[in-house]
Write a protein that binds this ligand. Structure first.
Ligand code: FAD
Ligand code: UDP
Length: 372
């Protein structure tokens, strides 16, 4: 078999590149070692008819009109604002930590004082990363920073990464900044929605082009000598591609436990975070996300973080920190030597991408490769 492009991985990165290249007249083969398309965004119906996400809850959000318009060709959307609450000292408070969280936790007098100070120092609407807030000179803001650090970030981050917040790139905890506003949505992006018929249906449409062939249940190593191609796009782990030549890049993994309940709903919002209790970090009730409110029963996913062990579990998260960047650079140099091989995606780039960033990256790479 001979194709123009061989694409390893049928997630957002691989599917976007495949669709764009196929529409530009290229013949494409997409290979994934899993037995389904969609990568980590894959969804399916559980035995009770609840639409669940096998690799953890996925909520779509983006500020990119380009990405939004691109994906809108393959799905209709269900408007959805994700809401998260965190259990702090026995109370459920809105997350990201906001002015609303102050009033849920503290006495009206203290909440009022902290609200005034936050607005005076940062301005209404500001988004302040916790590690930045900890540098505040004002003693009341320092008190607040230490409180939020201890009760929201420290324990959760230790569970999720096995590391303290300062041991990671500051961009990690900055994903969930302190909000100087009453916005109780988890994301503030312009576009927020769920694909109306789910992610897998969206992927099916992306890959339906007659120039695209899909081979599932096959590893790159199995097809390497079998398929002839002009160019290769690899969206799996870049260190694995090079046989761990410069040592393994660390990843963090998760174990998902799905629980079904004979009740319409178990929790009031999509996700509840547990920074300082339980071995799991959060529980997500899929019906909030997907809108299956007509079902009399419900399914929740609990996320148990664990170390990544190749072959045993999945490399879900690259670990953003300085020492890993250094090792990544060595792999990127290897990549540059291969003129017909391109790396992209959360694993191929070793970047903590959200779905929209994976799509944006793939669209950009497409523009680069067709220009050549
Ligand atoms: P992937 O989806 O990982 O796809 C890569 C594919 O390559 C996989 O299917 C894999 O099987 C295949 N592959 C790898 N190596 C090989 C090989 N050697 N041979 C054959 N196939 C191979 N993003 C959001 O925007 N919102 C969210 O709410 C959100 N929640 C998330 C929750 C969790 C728990 C996780 C882990 C991620 C979440 N994300 C979320 C991020 C999202 O999953 C990624 O941005 C997106 O899936 C990246 O797409 P990708 O194609 O780069 O990678
Ligand atoms: N985080 C935390 N406590 C929370 C929520 C997030 O400490 O209640 C930190 C933690 O380090 C986490 C990071 O912020 O890994 C990013 O959170 P996000 O919800 O974006 O993680 P993801 O959905 O990608 O797993």
């Amino acid at each position: 078999m001979k194709v123009d492009y061989l694409i390893i991985g049928a997630g957002f990165t691989g599917a976007t590149l495949a669709e764009r290249l196929a529409s530009a007249g290229k013949r494409v083969l997409v290979v994934d070692r899993r037995d389904h398309i969609g990568g980590n965004a894959y969804d399916e119906y559980d035995p009770h008819g609840v639409l669940v996400h096998r690799y953890g809850p996925h909520i779509f959000h983006t500020n990119s009109k380009k990405v939004w318009d691109y994906l809108s060709q393959f799905t209709e959307w269900r408007p959805y604002y994700h809401r998260v609450r965190a259990v702090v000292e026995g109370k459920e408070i809105p997350l990201p930590f906001s002015l609303a969280s102050l009033w849920a936790l503290f006495s009206p007098r203290l909440a009022d004082k902290l609200e005034e100070k936050l607005i005076a120092h940062y301005g209404y609407g500001a988004r302040v990363p916790i590690l930045g807030l900890r540098e505040a000179e004002d003693p009341d803001l320092r008190f607040l920073a230490d409180y939020v650090y201890r009760n929201v970030f420290e324990g959760y981050t230790l569970k999720q990464w096995g590391l303290r917040p300062e041991e990671l790139s500051p961009t990690v905890t900055a994903r969930v900044p302190v909000l100087v506003s009453y916005d109780t949505r988890y994301f503030q992006d312009t576009y927020q929605a769920m694909p109306k018929e789910g992610y897998t249906a969206l992927f099916r449409r992306m890959l339906a082009h007659p120039n695209i062939k899909v081979l599932l249940g096959a590893d790159w190593r199995e097809v390497e000598g079998e398929v002839r191609f002009d160019r290769l796009v690899f969206t799996g782990p870049i260190d694995e591609f090079f046989g761990y030549l410069h040592g393994p890049l660390p990843y963090r993994s998760l174990r998902f436990v799905l629980e079904h309940h004979p009740l319409p709903y178990v929790q009031g919002v999509g996700t509840v975070n547990y920074p300082n209790e339980h071995p799991y970090t959060r529980s997500t009730e899929f019906k909030h996300l997907t809108g299956q409110d007509y079902l009399p029963h419900t399914t929740l996913a609990y996320e148990y973080p664990e170390a990544y062990e190749p072959g045993r579990n999945e490399p879900y998260y690259p670990v953003p920190r300085e020492e890993n960047e250094e090792r990544l650079k060595l792999y990127l140099k290897e990549g540059e030597k291969l003129k017909t091989v391109f790396f992209a995606g959360r694993l191929g780039d070793y970047r903590y991408y959200n779905m929209d960033q994976a799509v944006a990256r793939a669209l950009k790479l497409f523009e680069e490769v067709v220009r050549e």
